[in-house]
Design a protein around this ligand. Sequence first.
Ligand code: BES
Ligand code: ZN
Ligand code: ZN
Length: 489
Amino acid sequence: MQYFFLMFEDNKKLEGELEKIDKALNGGVSDLIKLQKYKAEEGKFLIVPTLGKIKVNYVAIVGLGKEKKFENDILRRVASYIIRKAKELKLSDIIIDTNLQQFENYDEVVQAITEGLILGDYSFDKYFSKKDEHKVKEVQINIPKNQDKDRLNEFVRIGKILAEAQNFTRDLVNEPANVINTIQFAEIAEKLAKEYGFEIKIYDEEEIEKMGMGAYLAVAKGSDNPPRFIHLTYRPKNSQGEVAIVGKGLMFDSGGLNIKTGDFMRWMKSDKSGACAVLGIFKAIGELKPDITVHGIVAAAENMPSGKAYRPDDILRAKNGVTIEVGNTDAEGRLTLADALSYASELKPDAIIDMATLTGACVVALGEFTAGVMGNNQKFINEILKTSEETGEWMWQLPFNDKLREQIKAPHADVYNVGTTRYGGAITAGLFLEKFVDPKIPWVHIDIAGPSHHTSGWYYHPKGATGIPVRTITWYLLKRSKFFDKIGK
Ligand code: BES
Ligand code: ZN
Ligand code: ZN
């Protein structure tokens, strides 16, 4: 057993078990803090060798940064650094001690630590011939004696389910397009449905055509991998409402005839991130079983150039009758979503959420770490933004306005699939989607082009897919379903 103690930057008083260990080591811990001028900045470790004087070989202290700046996400980050440090030191079982006066809400503390441990431990290493095999076998979280253990265990369970669902999404996004194509994606959805008892309907290209999904079909035409339209439904007995979640599912986005150049085409396997998030969210709700009906919708396709590919200037008709003039075949995501959102609207749910790696412009606007949020209902947008603060998945609203609405007017059809200028490209994409959503249904669009994947990783995200926004949307569904009324939160 090896100890990891948490410490705030502005309060380095040794408390509880750490104070006892310091005494047993004749002040060795406090001496080392002074000697090393250890400040406990966020994520900074102090490893105290115990030289056989007590049962454990190492006692580690890890910094939480300044108390004033503290938020739960710091616990996720720090927990991820702890698990990585434990692996580096080849430790087999560790204890994380959370006995700090500053902590108030322990259900949030243990949940965040659990999530950070599991998210930080993730790596996509299945294709390496040689793997780093070391696994930490057991992690114990020590909590103060006055806390309700059973209740906290429930939050550990929830944190575990959320983080594992996010890792499941990461695994899917990280698979390249030669491993997960449209057909294979549909099979994965089917397997998930079987495992958790979801209803599932998968439409093939003939059925997609019959449904009148002319925009989605056009995008899929250039590829040898045929489109698959997937509709999953989770329907609990005591349903308190109905939400549809829609994910952009481009197994690969080459740009089509408006082909992307080398550097921009790299990582386009992650253009299925929204779709993979839908499956991750379904995995989580399959485990947590909230009282709310959820539809999961994916129009899976691959955007490729070929003799069969759709072209700039083509005029398409979406399921809801709106005609679209194609300005650029690389603005394909919104075309697949046009039909998916029309389909979702026909289900008449209480709310629709779509998640899409939609625009490079969103990354330019907000940076790589923040998702753009848009929609037709400010109250609903606020609820999603509030939830994202709780989960640490950064989101920020981009504003719709009528001047940008003018930019998607097309010369020969109802709407253009690109704006007349490139400015505000994330917003004009959102405004395009708006045309396919029933205005009576509150709808939120989340552009995850930036945070869905990262070439080098950040905080508890390793390089590659991040699994954003699985936790935010699942958490939102839990809250909306009154899940926490039973546990009391
Ligand atoms: N899948 C891309 C958006 C994207 C860019 C995702 C970077 C992740 C990282 C999308 O289909 C696309 O190509 N959008 C174009 C739209 C343009 C042609 C109006 C873009 O952003 O350049
Ligand atoms: Zn594209
Ligand atoms: Zn795309």
